[in-house]
Design a protein around this ligand. Structure first.
Ligand code: 5AD
Ligand code: SF4
Ligand code: FES
Length: 362
């Protein structure tokens, strides 16, 4: 395959994606350069922020990779008070972050789902409708997703983790609580309700092949999602997948693979929102900047009160755990300027792909 010819195209088949994901050195650089060129053309050098509120680390699930899994006894389980959540929203307003993302472990009891509704309504109110609200609270029923949408949440993130069913069951327990089929259904439901829906995968998982990753990209395209958040897998010593730490790609390779995934997807879906995952910075001090240069356009600075951050270690060595929100504010501004990018403050930063699609529908 000739790289130059391939990079003239903006759609690839599975074989071509595998080829692109396998590039190394100067050739990989050409792919990343092409992606940056596409991003600047379609989305300019603008970066959107989502102030991240890690609302609760209580989780009913047992995903084999995650530090918050219910069988991990180490984290002290917490749920933020309503006042603490509203204080985060106030902080987001003060710092002109245009939107917040409320993330938590998965629960399905009514007390929990009603509480989220209340929080969304109240954040809308205290911000006078100015803050965009993204939710990332796992798999729920259509009724619950609708209730949250009506309360004012307009974006939802639910990663598929891997679009290969076999691999999905290698990284999740094989039981009803962790159904691949249900995850797919939830993504469809979210899209049908009208959420800007985001999904994503982890990159560098044990047993994951380049073919799997190519299929992941084709999955995002087929689903025509509005947003994608994908980042490197980082083994956590208190989880079952830790035992495979030796068989996954090393940090450098995982980082490069992540950048190539972002780049291929940006070329194929030029107007979607793509997050530069915080996990990138765990692998490389400049990981988040590199992901932005590879085609990502969203960053999620942490707003969670510092006393809780140590307990929200989905994966180890998370960036910014000891930093105050104000520090991240200045730090990110500097980091983005250092790569000639500019943060767009006070905007929701909706997915251009989604807005266009909906304008056509109406
Ligand atoms: N490494 C990287 N990402 C992880 N996630 C969970 N555990 C890990 C890990 N060990 C991601 C999953 C999940 C999101 C909340 O965090 O993709 O969807
Ligand atoms: Fe719970 Fe989400 Fe972690 Fe799975 S990935 S254990 S659902 S917090
Ligand atoms: Fe948090 Fe740099 S972004 S300290």
């Amino acid at each position: 395959m000739d790289l130059e010819t391939l990079l003239q195209k903006n759609d690839f088949d599975k074989q071509e994606i595998c080829f692109l994901l396998s590039l190394q050195g100067e050739q990989a650089k050409k792919l990343l350069d092409k992606s940056l060129e596409m991003k600047l053309k379609y989305l300019d050098n603008k970066v959107h922020l989502r102030g991240l509120i890690e609302y609760s680390n209580i989780c009913e699930k047992n995903c084999l990779y995650c530090g918050l899994r219910t069988h991990n006894a180490k984290p002290v389980r917490y749920t933020m008070t309503d006042e603490e959540v509203f204080a985060c929203a106030e902080l987001a307003m003060q710092m002109n972050y245009g939107s917040v993302a409320l993330q938590c472990g998965e629960r399905s009891d009514k007390a929990f789902t009603d509480k989220i509704t209340h929080l969304v309504e109240k954040i809308k109110k205290v911000s006078d409708g100015k803050l965009g609200i993204t939710l990332s609270c796992g798999e729920q029923t259509k009724e619950v997703y609708t209730q949250w949408f009506n309360a004012g949440a307009h974006r939802y993130l639910l990663r598929i983790e891997s679009s290969n069913e076999d691999l999905y069951y290698k990284i999740h327990p094989k039981n009803n609580m962790h159904s691949f089929f249900r995850r797919l259904e939830c993504i469809d439901t979210l899209q049908n309700i009208g959420y800007q829906t985001g999904t994503g995968v982890m990159i560098g998982l044990p047993f994951q092949t380049v073919e799997d990753l190519a299929e992941d990209i084709l999955f995002f395209k087929k689903k025509d999602v509005a947003m994608v958040g994908m980042g490197p897998f980082i083994p956590h010593s208190d989880t079952p997948l830790w035992q495979y730490s030796e068989i996954i790609p090393n940090k450098k390779d995982r980082m490069l693979l992540t950048l190539k995934m972002i780049a291929v997807l940006r070329i194929m879906m030029p107007e979607i929102n793509m997050v530069s995952a915080t996990a990138n910075q765990t692998l490389d001090p400049l990981g988040r900047e590199k992901a932005i240069m590879a085609g990502a356009n969203v960053i999620m600075p942490n707003l969670t009160p510092n006393k809780y951050r140590e307990e929200y270690l989905i994966y180890p060595d998370k960036a910014c755990v000891g930093d105050k929100p104000e520090e991240c504010y200045h730090c990110l501004d500097l980091r983005m300027h250092s790569i000639d990018h500019e943060i767009l403050y006070s905007e929701w930063g909706d997915s251009k792909a989604f807005l266009k699609k909906n304008a056509i529908k109406q």
